[in-house]
Ligand binder design. Structure first.
Ligand code: PGA
Length: 255
């Protein structure tokens, strides 16, 4: 198994390991631009950053955050929105001021214009220094869904059924969010490929298949977004727990 893959015993150790890498990156680059995924996978990692910020607020004084993606159709105050998640888990705990936060607006009137605004902001303030990413059960990264061709920059993405079935949406206060939310706004594949460092997190048996596909660099079929990023990024590591790793790889690189 490649040394780019770190297999740890459990979710807590995965989160601690990711948080340690983030601390190290902030110490090297105090104005680090972190691309932050939402979802259950990075939640504890962000919690560890928040705990550290309580002890050492000066470490985070210049840190910047860019939101990876957002559901189309949900307002910012909807409990299922990515905005709500990031406000709760990162932006407020780390006291990220508005000038240090780049984020797709929730439910913009003109989605295309909103993507152009974010692409412009990233062109001006990027590239991303460190992307903290999870994998979807279908191999998506952000809302870059499995397609033969990937979009380079911020774009409107038609969501795969698996993405619309994500547990996050069940927190929404709208009726039938799975029906309402058919599109997402997301950073694109080039934005992630240009990130100086990428950490992909995977936890739990539900991620076994997508993780396996990502790591199987001999696969010739059209790549999932995760495998495409994994194959083409020169500074990406994957930190996963044993439950996410297939049996035959369990003993490899065990921390
Ligand atoms: P999860 O979602 O972290 O909640 O598993 C990841 C994703 O679907 O991208």
């Amino acid at each position: 198994m490649s040394e780019r893959v770190v297999v740890v015993p459990d979710f807590e150790t995965m989160s601690q390991s990711a948080a340690d890498s983030i601390f190290e990156a902030i110490r090297r680059t105090p104005s680090l631009l972190i691309c932050a995924a939402t979802g259950s996978t990075p939640t504890r990692t962000y919690g560890l950053l928040a705990e550290c910020c309580t002890r050492s607020p000066e470490l985070f004084r210049r840190v910047r955050i860019i939101k990876l993606d957002e559901w189309c159709g949900l307002n910012a105050d909807d409990p299922a929105s990515c905005e709500m998640y990031l406000q709760q888990h990162l932006v407020q705990p780390l006291k990220i001021s508005g000038d240090r936060y780049i984020a797709f607006r929730s439910n913009p009137e003109n989605r295309q214009a909103e993507c152009e605004r974010i692409a412009g902001a990233l062109a001006h303030k990027g590239p991303i220094d460190l992307a903290i990413l999870g994998i979807g059960v279908n191999g998506h990264i952000g809302f870059n869904e499995p397609h033969a061709v990937f979009a380079a920059h911020a774009h409107v993405s038609e969501l795969a059924l698996e993405s619309r079935q994500h547990a996050m949406l069940s927190k929404s206060t709208v009726d039938n969010p799975q029906e309402l939310v058919r599109y997402g706004l997301t950073l694109g594949m080039s934005d992630l490929l240009q990130a100086r460092q990428v950490i992909i997190l995977a936890s739990g048996s539900s991620k076994r298949q997508s993780l396996q596909r990502m790591l199987d660099t001999s696969a010739t079929e059209p790549a999932s977004p995760a495998s495409f990023l994994w194959q083409h990024h020169t500074n990406a590591v994957c930190i996963c727990d044993q439950a996410a790793m297939q049996d035959d790889h369990r003993d490899a690189a065990l921390l």
